[in-house]
Design a protein around this ligand. Structure first.
Ligand code: HAM
Length: 423
């Protein structure tokens, strides 16, 4: 590629949206918005630039190393947000005293991560975020999951196209404790196990060794991952009391009550790569296993306190635009340019321009999407343009139409016409 051509491309991993790409993107955003609002979530928004300090957390999380950051002219360390959750925690902590809890908020946020760009991974993406803060009951998990599933169904997918895999870090902690693994090794164990599938098991064992987990204990950790259902977990825990197990069972029962049992499943290997999750965690994948996670989230108990607020629990998820678009395209469900709903108005000579402006104004006032020609043109040029840009209807005004006081609105697909009085 020549140097000039290269400079016309967006920076690697970043995205341009031409009008032809926007129809599908807007359909996704509209579906996200209505799925969130149908479940009673209120919209919020925030700045894309955050203080780097807010985003820095413990080492070991990929997202911290992937953050685009810079120093501004006053030497402040700022970053493009890689995710919305720390910003949400900051906003809630700032008004914690005056917000009526629990809150149910959603946003559609542009996020930036310096990732290796692969299928399903860009350096810039949009995420629907659904969060409930201040509710300890697992009804919060059920609502956020059901709302995201609602969006997937509204996009045309069926419950047999995807699975929401659910587990619980608190339950995994109980299991690890039952297996003799001390709680201070649990956080590092989670982050190491989350790398399964991305790193070879030997590499994961090295990470566990670095975190101080003995070789014998590592064997026990890997054995835990062979558990396939909650009955096995119950048997393994014996008569140990586990609130985490009860919560997960309640969450599964709640999802069943919402009619979602077909698309949710327990999967102990779901851990999530972000350090702040403390309870139930979940991720949705396509059933064929072709793509990366469609959405992911979980419960976070300590995030508000860690950004300077009062301790308060939260549950939420992030649902990206990239993977779901790949899945919809794979299923033939990506809609094309929506231009077919629009009308174009043209005219033959400057003498008919006033009539064309009047027709466009009338149609626009009726709520139609109207493209008014920017200059006079021959009928052939007008109809060829209307066809290429796939307008649904066309109005072409010549001297005879102005003289008769009537114009014809032509359906460009069926060729049927209706007349509109210029008066
Ligand atoms: P996450 O799993 O890092 O969670 O991201 C959520 C979703 O965003 C992913 O499942 C994926 O669809 C999409 N995504 C993430 N990174 C990329 C990327 N580089 N390119 C394309 N899509 C991407 C979070 O961000 C949490 N803050 C979610 C959350 C909200 N947890 C609680 N509340």
């Amino acid at each position: 590629m020549s140097k000039d051509k290269q400079s016309l491309a967006a920076p690697r991993g970043m995205r341009d949206f031409y009008p032809s790409d926007m129809a599908a993107q807007m359909r996704l955003f509209d579906t996200w918005r209505s799925a969130a609002e149908q479940y009673g979530f209120q919209r919020y928004d925030a700045c894309v630039v955050e203080s780097l300090d807010l985003l820095k957390r413990k080492a070991g999380e990929e997202i911290v190393d992937q953050t685009y950051w810079f120093r501004d002219k006053s030497d402040r360390e700022l970053a493009l947000r890689p995710e919305m959750t720390p910003t949400l925690a900051r906003m809630v902590a700032a008004r914690q005293g005056s917000l009526e809890m629990p809150i149910k908020w959603y946003t559609i946020a542009q996020c930036f991560r310096y990732e290796r760009t692969t299928r399903g991974r860009k350096r810039e993406h949009y995420q629907l975020n659904l969060d409930i803060i201040g509710e300890t009951a697992v009804t919060a998990e059920v609502e956020v999951i059901a709302s995201a599933v609602n969006a997937l169904l509204a996009l045309g997918l069926t419950q047999s196209d995807f699975r929401v895999r659910i587990s619980s870090r608190a339950l995994l902690s109980d299991i690890l404790t039952a297996g003799g693994i001390a709680p201070d090794h649990h956080a590092a164990t989670f982050l190491a196990l989350d790398k399964r599938g991305k790193l070879a098991d030997d590499k994961i064992k090295e990470l566990l060794t670095d975190a101080g987990v003995s070789a014998e204990t590592q064997t026990a950790v890997f054995a835990v991952l062979t558990l396939t259902n909650l009955n096995e977990v119950r048997t393994l825990l014996g008569d140990r009391d586990s609130q985490a197990l009860r919560d997960l069972e309640d969450c599964m029962a709640g999802l069943t009550a919402y009619g979602l049992e077909e698309c949710v499943t327990f999967d102990i290997s779901v851990i999530r790569g972000l350090a702040y999750y403390t309870g139930i965690v979940f991720e949705a994948f396509d059933v064929a296993g072709k793509f990366r996670a469609i959405f992911g989230g979980g419960r976070y108990d300590n995030l508000l306190a860690s950004v300077g607020g009062r301790p308060q629990t939260g549950v939420g998820l992030g649902f990206g635009d990239v993977v779901v678009a790949e899945l919809l395209a794979d299923k033939g469900l990506l809609t094309e340019d929506g231009a077919r709903s629009r009308v174009t108005v043209g005219y033959m000579a400057p003498e008919q321009q006033d009539a064309a402006v009047k027709v466009a104004a009338t149609l626009r006032a009726d709520g139609e999407q109207v493209d008014l020609a920017l200059h006079a043109e021959k009928p052939r040029a007008f109809f060829s343009r209307a066809d290429k840009r796939a307008f649904a209807r066309g109005v072409y005004i010549g001297p005879d139409d102005v003289a008769s006081g009537q114009v014809r609105i032509k359906d460009l697909v069926t060729r049927e016409e209706e007349t509109l009085d210029l008066g």
